[in-house]
Design a binder for this molecule. Structure first.
Ligand code: PEP
Ligand code: CO
Length: 440
């Protein structure tokens, strides 16, 4: 059973859209997927760290050059800080080029006596609350594919050596740390790090034949929730001279908290593909469910295949996570532990907006590091909802967003994201923990 199945009313149009998707070229290749799997295997043992981030819901309207470039920029800046402090390479994975389908707890939304299908992401319908916009349209499967392709095309060009300002950490916009509510010591530390980072890049450049552009040339991998099994399976293929089937919409799909039932359609689909797979785990999951899922999805216990993405909430993680980590460790299952500190920390602000508090998010990350250190396991990555824009969706952080600011620039089509400043500050905080994590 598909826990989030969409009721399309035009079967012929749906068939036609899926048939076309089956013919269109893939968005990624099996070789890239294999390379990422190798990197994730290294992250499992603490030799690398995974930084995964992007929108909760990508929209077709936000397929714009500035939005995409700003997202790469913040991910790259966070990762450079982590590399510098954590002294290990960082694997960058975007929640982009396909994050167009959203699971919903309620299939129908009612406003003032009118009931319409919920917004399931731009791959399915549109957010505006009208009958026309909310009708699931099979054409959106093709529109999502096209926009994923355009996004990925730009990502690939930029990462081949395009964004100059990232090469000059001394020019990063850190002025916001000077505001009254950021302690002086914190600001000085950040400025010292960026200075050192700039020096290190220039030193490397002076040392060898490579330019800073070449030194900072980086790969970005893509990920999204594999929610629409129509979209995923239409792009799932066998590849000449390679074994198995590959989901070629993305490098690294994940199964959401709402669709990870062992006997559900999603687990059945994901069992059949070679890609690395993330599994979101909320506070209600049991150790037995995790072991069964891991065994179903990774029967050969292959390294780099499974990422367990815990999203427990800052209040629950300290109680719930240790028991789960212990069981997986004792059972000898090889997994990458990742912390998603966003989805367990959503709250409703007094004026009704969905928000998250920077301090709760940071506390969940810190506690997750603590738990793994106590268990002798490795936290190998983090998973964020963030944007490079100056939005006001999450509160807190040194930049000081308050509940009164939320309406100023609340732009998310779904969950609240960290803005540029909050994300960069989070990067510095995580980098500090990485300096000692897994090094005894
Ligand atoms: C998400 O990542 O946007 C999401 C819906 O997460 P989860 O499945 O963990 O609730
Ligand atoms: Co979300």
């Amino acid at each position: 059973m598909d826990a989030q199945a969409i009721a399309y009313d035009d079967a012929a149009a749906l068939d036609a859209a899926c048939a076309r998707l089956r013919e269109l070229p893939p968005l990624v290749t099996s070789w890239e997927i294999s390379r990422l799997k190798g990197l994730l295997a290294e992250a499992q043992v603490g030799k690398r760290f995974l930084l995964q981030g992007g929108d909760c819901a990508e929209t077709l309207a936000d397929c714009r050059s500035s939005v995409i470039a700003d997202k790469l920029k913040i991910l790259l800046q966070m990762s450079l800080v982590m590399v510098h402090e954590g002294k290990r390479p960082v694997v960058r994975v975007g929640r982009f080029a396909g994050q167009y389908a959203k699971p919903r707890s309620k299939p129908v939304e009612s406003r003032e006596g009118v009931a319409l299908p919920s917004y399931f992401g731009d791959m399915v319908n549109r957010a505006d609350f009208t009958g026309d916009q909310r009708r699931p349209d099979p054409g959106n499967l093709l529109a999502a594919y096209a926009h994923a392709a355009m996004t990925l095309n730009f990502v690939r060009s930029l990462s081949a050596g395009g964004f100059a300002d990232v090469h000059h950490p001394e020019q990063w916009e850190l002025s916001f740390f000077r505001r009254a509510n950021a302690p002086d010591s914190l600001r000085q530390e950040y400025e010292r790090t960026t200075r050192q980072l700039a020096d290190a890049l220039h030193f490397m450049e002076a040392l060898g034949e490579m330019t800073v552009e070449e030194l900072t040339r980086v790969d970005f991998y893509t990920s999204h929730e594999g929610l629409s099994l129509l979209y995923e399976s239409a792009q799932t293929r066998a590849v000449p001279r390679r074994e198995g089937f590959w989901d070629l919409t993305t490098h690294f799909p994940w199964i959401g908290e709402r669709t990870r039932r062992l006997d559900g359609a999603h687990v059945e689909y994901f069992r059949g593909i070679e890609n690395p797979v993330g599994i979101k785990l909320g506070p209600g999951v049991t150790a037995d469910q995790i072991l069964r899922l891991v065994d179903a999805l990774n029967p050969r216990n292959e390294a780099g295949k499974i990422a367990l993405v815990t999203r427990m909430g800052s209040g629950r993680v300290g109680d719930v996570l240790p028991g789960l980590v212990e069981v997986v460790k004792r059972a000898g299952r090889t997994v990458l532990w990742v912390c998603d500190p966003m989805h367990g920390n959503t709250q409703v602000a007094p004026a009704g907006q969905k928000t998250r508090d920077f301090d709760d998010i940071l506390r969940e990350v810190e506690t997750t590091f603590d738990v793994h250190e106590a268990c002798g396991t490795i936290l190998g990555g983090v998973h964020f909802e963030l944007t490079g824009e100056d939005v006001t969706e999450c509160i807190g952080g040194a930049a000081g967003v308050t509940v009164d600011d939320l309406d100023r620039n609340y732009a998310s089509a779904c969950d609240p994201r960290l803005n540029y400043r909050q994300a960069l500050e989070m990067g510095f905080r995580i980098a500090k923990r990485l300096a000692t994590h897994g090094r005894r």
